[in-house]
Design a protein around this ligand. Structure first.
Ligand SMILES: N[C@@H](CCC(=O)N[C@@H](CS)C(=O)NCC(=O)O)C(=O)O
Length: 211
């Protein structure tokens, strides 16, 4: 398998965590978003011009959650959607809140549109970014009170953590005030003590700048 990604891409980060939790490996193929490579030859492979994408023997699979559910079907243990139908749906709903309601509003191309086309300045762009993080996280923090343990849903990592950790990483990079979200931060800290999450961190990726 080949994973087309970028070290700072939250969506690629999700897939890296999922691969690591399942003990799977994929050859990483960096697509530099900062250099605009997603608009170049890569687009012939993936017309969406987004990362991640998973190269498989059957072809290319796009969309991080589709990729993760595909991996889950092929390698059911350890489960990222554990439990009965109700529990699985709850985990999926949590993950989708991040992947569908928060992340797309703060994606690189959206932020670039705000600054390059709508002429927002850096402060306005950052206010937009923080607003959508705080709106999304406020709801998730409330929901976590019902089911959080070390992880979003109890004592084992799930698709919820796979989506949450990259989003928190990104929010920190944009200096968003996360003081109102102690449970989210606690889970973030805990996950980052775990090897599968550590190995997926942006700084650990082959295309990350060497310090
Ligand atoms: N819904 C997609 C989102 C993919 C996505 O937005 N990827 C970002 C990086 S996190 C990207 O490739 N952005 C390129 C751009 O905005 O030009 C998924 O979950 O895979």
């Amino acid at each position: 398998m080949k994973l087309y990604g970028y070290f700072r891409s939250s969506a690629a980060y999700r897939v890296r965590i999922a691969l690591n939790l399942k003990g799977l490996s994929a050859e990483q193929v960096p697509v530099s978003l900062i250099k605009g490579e997603q608009q170049g030859a890569y687009r012939e492979l993936n017309p969406q011009g987004l990362v991640p994408a998973l190269g498989t023997e059957q072809g290319l699979l796009t969309q991080s959650l589709a990729i993760i559910e595909y991996l889950e079907s092929l390698h059911p243990t350890p489960a990222l959607l554990p439990g009965d139908a109700w529990q699985q749906a709850q985990i999926r709903a949590f993950a989708l809140s991040l992947a569908c309601d928060v992340h797309p509003l703060n994606n690189l191309r959206v932020l670039k549109y705000l600054t390059d086309d709508l002429a927002l300045n850096e402060n306005q762009k950052n206010a937009w970014y923080a607003h959508w993080i705080q709106t999304g996280f406020t709801a998730l923090e409330t929901q976590l009170a019902e089911h959080a343990g070390d992880y979003c849903f109890g004592i084992r990592p799930s698709l919820a953590d796979v989506c949450l950790i990259p989003q928190v990483y990104n929010a920190k990079r944009f200096n968003v005030d996360l003081g109102a979200f102690p449970t989210i931060l606690r889970i973030y800290e805990h996950c980052n003590t775990q090897p599968a999450f550590q190995a997926a961190q942006p700084e650990q990726q082959p295309d990350a700048p060497q310090s």
